[in-house]
Design a protein around this ligand. Structure first.
Ligand code: COA
Length: 164
């Protein structure tokens, strides 16, 4: 897809349902309630971002500053519509989020990734390279201990300190 004409912006409450539908169409992602997506689009706008073209939402990232450590931006979910992948959109959204004025004092980014999600590893490795920062990872949520054997283990990926 040609990504010219794509706007990157903060979400608003009116985006909640479209975000919910985008995430529902992506099998790799756990879907949340539409109410949860609505809250992300209201209360977490500074740490979330939308990619939109001609009124269609092509991408969404939700995140938050970690409670008790506002120097770490935690990325909750990254969603890019299947027809808009591999065009740099996920990378652009992450970079713009980190470059917002509100995040000037953010030094690290964290997220969790399952071991087999190659696209996600590639996305965050590329981000680490962009900010000239190391990426360290270790299991944070274990398949048996935390997911009752119903979900793959999630690895915590921590990138930083970020160079800007
Ligand atoms: C992960 C995801 C967000 C990446 O978004 P994207 O817009 O396609 O990413 P980009 O185009 O910015 O590409 C970033 C890097 O990932 C690589 N990549 C993209 N898709 C890939 C795939 N399926 N397999 C391996 N690498 C892939 C790109 O080549 C690029 O790496 P490079 O710089 O070394 O060339 C997208 O694939 C997606 O929405 N997947 C489903 C949801 C998901 O798994 N989200 C992440 C977990 S929350």
């Amino acid at each position: 897809m040609n990504t010219s004409g794509v706007t990157l912006r903060k979400p608003t409450a009116r985006d909640g349902q479209s975000v919910h539908q985008l995430i529902s169409r992506i099998p790799e992602l756990d879907s949340n309630s539409s109410y949860c997506n609505l809250l992300q689009c209201c209360h977490f706008v500074d740490t979330s971002i939308i990619a939109e073209k001609h009124g269609n939402i092509l991408g969404f990232i939700s995140g938050y500053l970690k409670p008790g450590n506002h120097k770490t931006l935690f990325i909750w979910q990254v969603a890019v519509s299947s027809d808009a992948r591999n065009c740099g959109l996920g990378s652009q959204m992450l970079q713009q989020l980190l470059e917002r004025d509100e995040h000037i004092s953010v030094t690290h980014l964290e997220t969790t990734i399952t071991e087999t999600n190659n696209a996600s590893w590639a996305l965050f490795n590329r981000l680490a390279k962009h900010f000239d920062a190391p990426l360290e990872h270790s299991v944070i949520f274990d398949r048996i201990t935390h997911f009752n054997d119903e979900h793959d283990s999630e690895l915590l990926a921590r990138i930083g300190p970020l160079s800007r």
